[in-house]
Design a binder for this molecule. Structure first.
Ligand SMILES: *Cc1c(COP(=O)(O)O)cnc(C)c1O
Length: 394
């Protein structure tokens, strides 16, 4: 579609993924092929030399993969995207495209659990050091910058405490110190938040979550702001090899068609669920950027178009109460992951963040009784009724 970049997110979701061939296809087909034949020797040589646009080999490029890369890049307002086999592969690619031996990283302490190991252990093996910092505290970030700091990685809202980081303020600190800013935008999706507008250099998604939205694919994406960093990412992705495949790309592109509808609906329902939890006598506190009580409510409002579908809450009665609640629910599904059409509920200290060292976990505010819920598209009255009967069992 002409001028797709000027259209609203609703329209972009429906029309941004088409890579047209000469059949008049409305949907980008699944090009389930590992390789592409050349017309002749000169054609092959010119494709390899980059003199002509075309396809060579699926790790390097494939129309179905390109369809989802193009779609997410348009939604985020970036130059181009590189599809990855998972969100973790996308984070590995993003960090690997920036970091060298001896570099220092500042990372949100409230972050997707396995990112801690990726930076500390895996990149640590190559001489990279990392400081986990409360990035909602600007002063704490400034104080953590070292001459070797080359990357600040943030998640906002952060996983699972929902701490919000001021993207524009952190991007200023990064750029004033010659570092890059990467933002994991999985929780918000480009429908609610577009980090490039606030100075991010790379935006990362676990497309397993909202972008695909149907709990049937594991995939990731790195979006680059400009052509130069996109070319660099593509070269790195060819070397690392953690690319997405055509079939999963097709499923994700299909999921994106309803991304805007889903996220707006889920965010609206989550406000109601958060208000219900907030007023319940068995709930100690609710962490949700849509509530006025959230410490960074105003910053979130400034940089995002909605509070999103994720809520964390602390039960009175800690770990035992949490277990009882989860075992008493009938509609909410007890499972990790998030952002799908079904409401999922989980217990971070025992599940998603179990791989974090207990002291880092505590420092990050992930208490033993914390429960995280990802509100789905079911009837919100029925979601609340399920939580209500579960809370009554405590
Ligand atoms: C799930 C998730 C990831 C990892 O994505 P995978 O697709 O599971 O590899 C990274 N960041 C956030 C915020 C996530 O929720």
């Amino acid at each position: 579609m002409k001028d797709i970049r000027e259209k609203t997110k609703d329209t972009q979701c429906v029309h941004s993924s088409l890579i047209a061939d000469d059949t008049g296809t409305v949907i980008t087909p699944i090009y389930q092929t590992s390789t592409f034949s050349f017309r002749n020797a000169d054609h092959g040589a010119s494709l390899f030399a980059g003199k002509e646009k075309g396809y060579i080999y699926t790790r390097i490029g494939n129309p179905t993969i390109e369809s989802v890369e193009q779609s997410v890049a348009i939604l985020e307002g970036g130059y181009g995207g590189v599809g990855c086999g998972s969100g973790m592969a996308a984070l590995h690619l993003a960090f690997g495209s920036i970091l060298h031996s001896g570099d220092h990283v500042i990372c949100s302490e409230s972050v997707y659990g396995p990112v801690v190991g990726l930076l500390k252990e895996q990149f640590g093996n190559f001489g990279v050091t990392v400081s986990f910092v409360d990035t909602s505290d600007i002063k704490a970030v400034e104080d953590s910058v070292k001459p070797q700091t080359k990357l600040i990685h943030i998640e906002t809202p952060g996983n699972p405490t929902m701490a919000v980081t001021d993207i524009a303020a952190i991007s200023k600190i990064a750029h004033a110190n010659g570092a890059k800013l990467t933002v994991d935008n999985t929780f918000m999706s480009p429908i609610l938040q577009r980090p490039f507008e606030f100075g991010a250099d790379l935006v990362i998604h676990s497309m397993t979550k909202f972008i695909n939205g149907h709990a049937d694919v594991v995939a990731g994406m790195v979006v680059a702001k400009d052509e130069e960093s996109f070319r660099h990412l593509r070269r790195m992705s060819n070397a690392f090899g953690g690319t997405i495949d055509p079939f999963n790309s097709f499923l994700v592109a299909r999921g994106i068609k309803t991304l805007s509808l889903r996220v707006k609906h889920q965010s609206k329902s989550a406000v109601k669920v958060a208000e219900f939890l907030d007023s319940h006598p068995k709930v100690e506190r609710v962490m949700y950027p849509g509530l006025k009580s959230h410490p960074q409510h105003d910053i979130h409002k400034k940089q995002a178009e909605g509070p999103g579908a994720l809520i964390s809450f602390e039960l009175k009665g800690g770990i035992a109460a949490g277990k009882l609640l989860m075992d008493s629910l009938h509609l909410c599904v007890l499972a990790v992951s998030l952002g799908g059409v079904e409401t999922l509920i989980q217990h971070p200290a025992a599940m998603t963040h179990a791989s974090m060292q207990p002291e880092i976990r505590k420092q990050a505010g992930i208490t033993d009784g914390l429960v995280r819920i990802s509100v789905g598209i079911e009837d919100v009255g029925e979601i609340i009724a399920d939580l209500k009967q579960g809370l009554e069992k405590i």
